[in-house]
Design a protein around this ligand. Structure first.
Ligand code: ZN
Length: 178
């Protein structure tokens, strides 16, 4: 709110006839006194059973396999994995393996505004990878924007996240195939 807004607001208040006083017995809304900013700005989802309902996705990834959910009711394949099918609302989903190799469908380079933990790594490449059954967005490691072309073959790599949480976390990235 700038100075003018405040003046206008004061005018409105003094000019308006109060019909009610908003109640004297007011509810109190609690908000946290302190906010752990690193937690909120963390790019990576928490990955244990207590914090996510797609823990199986992360467990599979930790074991080296990229997976996603497929609806057992309508057959729809989702990415990212779901807990309810967005097509038919069924909760009967199964985890299926995804290929680890695909093609660059689109890509760009990040030069500023990188998420926490990646600020030192700019510029870096992000892209959309076409795995066949699904397309997903991911960082493309070990690649320079100028050296890439749409259709380039890429393969998945798994990175471990060393963050401010008490459980192991992993995430997927891609890199050009040798
Ligand atoms: Zn479905």
């Amino acid at each position: 709110m700038n100075e003018n807004d405040r003046d206008n607001a004061d005018e409105l208040r003094s000019g308006a006839e109060a019909v009610t006083d908003g109640g004297t017995d007011r509810d109190v809304v609690e908000i946290p006194k302190t906010i752990e900013l690193p937690r909120l700005l963390d790019f990576y989802e928490l990955q244990n059973e207590a914090t996510t309902e797609i823990v199986e996705f992360y467990d599979n990834l930790r074991d080296g396999q990229l997976t996603t959910t497929r609806c057992e009711e309508c057959g729809e394949l989702h990415f990212p994995p779901r807990i309810v099918c967005p097509e038919c609302r069924s909760e009967d989903l199964e985890y299926v393996d995804l290929p680890h190799e695909g093609e660059l469908f689109a890509f760009s380079t990040v030069r500023a505004g990188a998420p926490m933990g990646m600020e030192e790594e700019v510029p870096f490449v992000t892209g959309i990878v076409d795995l066949g059954p699904v397309k997903l967005s991911a960082r493309i490691d070990d690649a320079e924007y100028d050296d890439l072309a749409i259709g380039d073959p890429v393969e998945m790599k798994i990175v471990e996240i060393d963050g401010p949480v008490d459980h192991e976390r992993v995430f997927y990235r891609f890199e050009p195939q040798e």
